[in-house]
Design a protein around this ligand. Structure first.
Ligand SMILES: Cc1cc2nc3c(=O)[nH]c(=O)nc-3n(C[C@H](O)[C@H](O)[C@H](O)COP(=O)(O)OP(=O)(O)OC[C@H]3O[C@@H](n4cnc5c(N)ncnc54)[C@H](O)[C@@H]3O)c2cc1C
Length: 459
């Protein structure tokens, strides 16, 4: 019987724990945040607790996400770096079937209409990726997570919430245990044969520090930074009626940069996420409460080389500038004002036909908040999109800035997610830089769990 500790109660940790349980192994899941109920009440309180409860706790950042379930091996990370296409599809089916069992309803098929739209986009020089997709909705996700947690408990997983992983104990290059801070503030060590670290983006700094201390090499991942676009539902309907979250990839004319749409929310709402010294916008949609607008992230990919490889530092600097110009809030601008080089005002925004779903922002000028190259990319990207989505570059289109998706550092790992330097230590999910979405995070958790089960079977 192996003792396995999983750190992080997000999709990567939950799916790893599920796979490992029920096989005679002792599985402990450590989560520094609260259970789903605790998170919900913390969200109603506001302040720092609200910010933490949003991304920390059982279900991780998946719990209050939009719950778009993208069933594709190359969306939200590239699973084919780690497994064959056949295995990737098998693992995706495993994730889909557990999510379906716990409430992710609906059929996910690629329709003939999606293929026709892909052809239309190709003729306009835009890559449109037809994918199988389901949508749970942020109002339904907490119940889904609660139901998975109940199943884990039934399968014998010991779940410790409000418990923080601090450090790994290693002897002779092998994992021996995990040092934790318990819910009542005491520090102690628990023995382990294997540790799977799935701390999510919120835990990526901790993971990087740990790697430095343990001599595990890592590299910085690319940064995706840009804005959130909001338009009337009708503008995007041709695409959103076929796929809830249509994916467009564009190369811009001037800089030949890679720009993509991400996290589309038909009838959705724009929100602000607080990161302490800066903010980033995001979006979500609900099954039962609906707006008249569709929003989506429009992001530019940035990879840095010498002398600054740290994309997180660069991304944070941009967000801080934006935070300053927005007076501590996200900046909102009409596309027409950006085109004329004017800052937006509430007066001008309120005269527009697109009514913002998020008003806790500062009307301003995104070209004062973001580097010129990113603004060029956004303008050119919208012009390109307008060839297949007429109206997307209307002067009334709303632009919220900044939206940032940090890619965590990638530790030096094997294809089975085990670190090269420490035997028995696996790093998975968004925090380890190997995924960027619910399904791919869960798949990386499964890859590590399957490897542990394989080894234990051999013993
Ligand atoms: C607003 C929002 C909307 C999103 N919408 C979608 C969507 O529609 N579709 C989609 O596919 N993806 C979406 N995502 C992304 C998705 O939620 C993440 O990709 C996914 O949750 C990553 O899973 P993970 O398990 O790697 O990490 P996380 O879900 O971030 O979970 C990590 C967990 O580890 C815990 N932790 C961290 N450090 C420690 C430590 N030292 N000790 C103990 N516990 C620790 C954290 O508290 C956290 O609960 C969204 C994200 C956000 C924020």
């Amino acid at each position: 019987m192996a003792r396995v500790i999983v750190v992080g109660g997000g999709p990567a940790g939950l799916f790893a724990a599920h796979e490992l349980s029920g096989n005679g192994n002792k599985v402990i899941l450590i989560e520094k945040g609260l259970d789903v109920e605790g998170r919900k009440s913390a969200l109603n309180k506001g302040g720092k607790e609200k910010g933490e409860a949003y991304v920390c706790g059982m279900g991780g950042s998946g719990t209050f996400s939009d719950g778009k379930i993208n069933l594709h091996p190359e969306i939200g990370g590239n699973m084919l770096e780690f497994v064959s296409l056949e295995d990737a599809n098998r693992l995706i089916e495993c994730v889909d079937s557990l999510l379906t069992k716990h409430g992710a309803k609906g059929e996910a098929k690629i329709s003939p209409e999606a293929k026709a739209l892909a052809a239309k986009c190709a003729k306009a020089g835009i890559k449109y990726i037809p994918i199988r997709q389901k949508h749970v909705g942020s109002d339904k996700l907490p119940d889904l997570v609660r139901s998975i947690v109940k199943e884990l408990e039934k399968r014998g997983v010991e779940i410790l919430t409000r418990t923080e992983a601090l450090d790994i104990t290693v002897r002779d290059g092998k994992v021996k245990g995990l040092k934790i801070r318990t819910a009542n503030g005491k520090e102690k060590e628990i023995p382990a044969d294997y540790v799977i670290l799935a701390p999510g983006r919120v835990g990526s700094h901790w993971l990087m520090d740990l790697a430095k201390r343990m001599g595990i090499s890592f590299r910085h991942g690319p940064l995706d930074i840009g804005v959130r676009i909001e338009v009337p539902n009708e503008v995007m309907q041709e695409f959103t009626s076929v796929s809830w979250d249509p994916k467009f990839h564009i190369r811009t004319k001037t800089h030949e940069d890679f720009v993509r749409t991400f996290c589309t929310n038909p009838s959705g709402y724009v929100i602000t996420e607080h990161y302490g010294k800066f903010v980033s916008v995001n979006g979500h949609s609900m099954k039962e409460k609906q707006s008249n607008n569709t929003n989506f992230a429009f992001l530019v990919r940035i990879e840095l080389t010498e002398p600054l490889e740290d994309t997180t530092l660069y991304g944070e600097s941009i967000c801080k500038l934006s935070y300053t110009i927005g007076g501590g809030k996200a900046v909102l601008q009409r596309l027409g004002d950006l085109q004329k080089g004017k800052r937006s005002t509430w007066d001008r925004i309120d005269r527009s036909h697109v009514v913002p779903t998020h008003r806790d922002v500062t009307p301003g000028d995104i070209s004062m908040a973001l580097p010129g190259r990113i603004v060029d990319d956004i303008r050119e990207g919208l012009d390109a999109l307008s060839k297949v989505i007429p109206g997307i570059n209307d002067p009334g289109t709303l632009i919220y800035a900044p939206e940032v998706k940090f890619k965590s550092v990638r530790l030096d790992i094997e294809r089975n997610m085990e670190t090269k330097q420490v035997s028995g230590l696996f790093t998975v999910g968004d925090g380890a830089g190997v995924s960027g979405g619910i399904v791919p995070a869960a798949v990386t958790g499964l890859i590590a769990a399957e490897e542990i089960l394989r080894r234990e079977k051999k013993k």
